[in-house]
Design a protein around this ligand. Sequence first.
Ligand code: ADP
Ligand code: MG
Length: 582
Amino acid sequence: MGRIKKLDEKLISLIAAGEVVEGPWSVVKELVENSLDAGASRIEVAVADAGFGEIKVTDDGVGMDVEDLRLAFERYATSKISRPEDLDALATLGFRGEALAAIAAASKVIVYTRPANVTTGWRAEVVDGRVNVTEEGVPAGTTVIVRDLFYNVPARRKFAGTAQSEWRRVVDVFRRLALAQLGPAFKLTRGGRLQYATGGGSSIRQRVGEILGWDIVEQLLPVSAAREEIKLDGFVGPPHLSFAGMGSVYTVINGRPARAKALARAISAAYAGWMERGRYPLVVIYLNVPPGEVDVNVHPRKEEVRFARESLVYEFVGENIIKALASKPAAATRPAARGQGISGGETTVWAARARDAVEGYLRRHGLAAVGEMSYDAVTPTVGATATATTPGETVEVLGQLNDTYIIVRRGRDLVVIDQHTAHERVIYDRLAKGAAGGAPGACQTLLLPEVVTLPADIAADVRACLPGLRDLAFDVEEFGGGAFLVRGRPADLDVGDIASFFRQVADDYAGAGRPDGDGRRSVLMKSIACRAAVMAGRRLEPEEMAALVADLFATSMPTVCPHGRPTMVNVSPKDLEKWFKR
Ligand code: ADP
Ligand code: MG
């Protein structure tokens, strides 16, 4: 270490820039936020080279006059707040006055701008910290061009992700902004190629279709409620539409795409009884609360907010999501892990009885924590019990519990089998055997080929998986523009709606780190197994159960599903003796 000296201005602004500008995506975020604050009705984002080459944002907002233009690049220069009280009720997305300064410190910036009511426009270029302004005839509004991001901060450039991962983050931030504000028309292009375009003045439904894909809109359940000056609108996905990360959860708070702990907790509590742990639903919700009740100033990039009445927001949002989920016919949903209710009567609607019952029973007896066993939910197999012979022993199916578990006597043991995970294991092994022997299952040609159109990012992952899908008996071809033509699918496996299957494939594949070769094949086989396996909540015939159980015990690894969840719990005579203190 050397002597202590004060940092010079240039170094100070570079360090500060590091907080605001993390990568191309944060430039896109700040510039689009500025356009929104400028009241734009049209916002176009053009990106080249994943944003490191050039980012250009054009709007038709109020523009800047020459004095404002000079000041705009100064640190802590803003037109949006002037008094401490203003922080208590922000009406704009920006307020700290540091974005343009930070971006200009880490890239080469040119701005063109003109207010609508004057005839002269201006061009400003920042060179070595100095703003050069010249007169220039330009359309009303503002265009900001950011070139060579991090050219002077090589360390930042080095730590940035690959072009593909940076581009994904740009897309994510763009989508969040376009979903947050329905008024303006948005456009995103990459290398001149159109990626997203929306209309202006959209309804929530229309915007969700334009941004997240029309194939998904039909499946969503509307949410709309108000209580004590708090308003909630939007859509929530059915539980069988699940994703690997929080990326599918879009929360908009007073027009700002932002996270809030109260919302995240409400969402996960609402789905807890329906979705496996670690999976997330598709949620697009808009919460409006009085401006004085949100604190936006808690995160350096304004991405997280807090509420004055956290628990009211939590309960209100959670209850209304539950209501929306409960409005869906039960058959279309998949009961899953233990449900922790939010509060009130609605909770019972979605309590996950099935798993709770069995888990609770086993836990009480020292196998695992607490619940209630409902014996009357056992569906006795009619007449003679079905039996299946597996290598070395006879297995007798005693019945089905809660339409979810198969109760089996195996030799002197009692075995409780989870029908879904068991079936997953069976299908996975069959696919694996076929793949290893170079003999995939038969492909069934569809009478009418199906066209599936997906948003650009999902399409990219599906594209990467196409060779693997073909090996697994899918006949698919890509058209371009996110469109896929499906001519055939595996003859003996029903993966359900093909568009949502492709989304699951893309999501599983991304969640696994986009492996290739065997890794990718394994991801695809797991996706297929999960989709084609019988759901929990379906009543099975005795013969179906016997066949499933026989198949399960004949697999390479009968006790766990391909995702690592257990397929069965075994209760031995020893366990029984211990429980009954014999
Ligand atoms: P903040 O948004 O926090 O005020 P910025 O550094 O992002 O800080 O912008 C500084 C100022 O420049 C803004 O307050 C605004 O007056 C002006 N400005 C920036 N972008 C635009 C734009 N697209 N249209 C009109 N004015 C803009
Ligand atoms: Mg700003």
